[in-house]
Design a protein. Structure first.
Length: 428
């Protein structure tokens, strides 16, 4: 009896041990699996943290790159030779600033410093209609015009003709020579180039900004950059508005621009294509090329508002699946509005982004969606060389500021408006 009890006890103990070992093994397996899950989670968190770190680093590098592209680095006393502003050199910027301080704001010490450095700036005479200022020398005007071309689209693509007086006639080509094949001993038939005339009437354009009266000579470069930048940006904006959107009214100084000119070639969309998205279809992007005369393809470009270009053109592919828009980088490119130097090409033609053209928000029936053609062969911008900057002592007196006015004389006319094609959405 005792033996039987001991055997039963031994069996029970053995079964209990087996149960304990089994439970322990399952627990160890569960713990191992849990540790695997935790380890995988930790690795995922580490990978996510590394990805975030990499993205932050890329964003930082991107911001630095954008700042390098857009920001102006104006050197100070401790960074000689690093000037990258709007003038040809640091000295030219300083001379312009001193001329502005001396002749516009009347600072005698600035005029003396210019004289000591042998720089002659032609001040405006007493007979002018302003209380003070100076005639901007040609080397300074070149810097202003360069920035106007940088900020604006119309001037850098149109044919700019110099004007020596306020009204001037310029020839335009309306026909060509004829080629004959005369027989031996037969005189060729005479033919002449047919020329018309374009009348340019330079109108006075003025822009107004303000600067503080509390200025020192040490601020000459900064003042030069401020005045240069503000005047150039204002002129570029107005030239684009008049050149592209001018409707002949006083708002646009009597100028009729590309959109409103009666001779501009028009590519009308099919009856159901009433939106900008439909007006940017492949058949219209290619069709405009065939709508123009061959001579209008010289220096031809596409002109879009950036919203239309990015939303409706970029992203399209051709029949082989290749993007129809390609971006090329040209060494020394000077077009900040074109992606910091990268120029978009559409069907091999450059694309210009124009702020004053219709946007996607303007989508409507019978509306111009975009342009294609050669402004250089179709339009003229006449410019008088003389540019002046002067000031008013009374205006803004209560804020201790000086009102500064920049004046130029220009005109914009069509010489062969049919060299530009506008694509217009259909009527409802």
């Amino acid at each position: 009896m005792v033996a039987a009890i001991e055997n039963e006890e031994t069996r029970l103990i053995r079964e209990l041990n087996d149960l304990v070992r089994g439970s322990t093994l399952k627990s160890d397996q569960a713990i191992a699996e849990l540790r695997g899950v935790v380890d995988a989670h930790d690795k995922a968190l580490q990978a996510q943290a590394q990805l975030r770190h990499d993205v932050d680093a890329m964003a930082t590098d991107f911001r630095k790159g954008i700042k390098q592209i857009l920001a102006r680095n104006i050197d100070g006393p401790t960074s000689r030779g690093s000037y990258r502003g709007g003038f040809a050199s640091r000295d030219q910027a300083r001379h312009f600033g001193l001329a502005f301080l001396g002749h516009v704001l009347g600072m005698e010490s600035a005029r003396k410093r210019l004289a000591e450095e042998g720089v002659e700036i032609r001040a405006m005479g007493e007979g002018t209609d302003s209380a003070g200022g100076f005639l901007v020398p040609e080397e300074f005007q070149a810097s202003i015009i360069r920035l106007v071309e940088l900020y604006g689209v119309f001037r850098r693509n149109v044919l700019v003709v110099p004007m020596s007086r306020d009204r001037q006639l310029w020839p335009k080509r309306t026909g060509g020579l004829t080629v004959y094949c005369p027989g031996e001993g037969v005189a060729p038939t005479k033919s002449d180039v047919t020329l018309g005339q374009v009348a340019l009437t330079a109108k006075k354009w003025m822009t107004l900004t303000a600067v503080s009266r509390e200025l020192e000579e040490d601020a000459a470069i900064a003042i030069a950059e401020l005045v240069l930048d503000e005047i150039a940006l204002a002129l570029a904006t107005k030239e684009d508005l008049c050149g592209f959107k001018g409707d002949g009214t006083s708002t646009y100084f009597g100028i009729t621009g590309v959109l409103g000119h009666g001779s501009t070639t028009n590519q009308a969309c099919a009856a159901t294509d009433t939106t900008f998205a439909l007006a940017c279809k492949w058949k219209y992007l290619t069709g405009c090329i065939g709508s123009l005369p061959t001579w209008a393809l010289l220096r031809a470009r596409y002109y879009f508002h950036r919203s239309v270009f990015w939303q409706h053109v970029v992203g399209q592919v051709d029949s082989s699946g290749q993007p129809i828009v390609k971006f090329v980088t040209t060494a020394g490119s000077d077009a900040p509005l074109q992606l910091g130097g990268a120029t978009p090409l559409l069907l091999g033609f450059p694309v210009e982004l124009v702020d004053c053209l219709p946007t996607t928000a303007d989508t409507a029936i019978s509306t111009v969606a975009w342009l294609f053609g050669s402004l250089w062969r179709s339009w003229m911008l006449g410019a008088r060389r003389e540019m002046t900057i002067d000031q008013s002592k009374e205006f803004l007196f209560d804020t201790d500021q000086v009102a500064v006015r920049g004046v130029q004389r220009v005109d914009i006319v069509a010489s062969a408006a049919e060299g530009v094609c506008k694509t217009t959405t259909a009527a409802a």
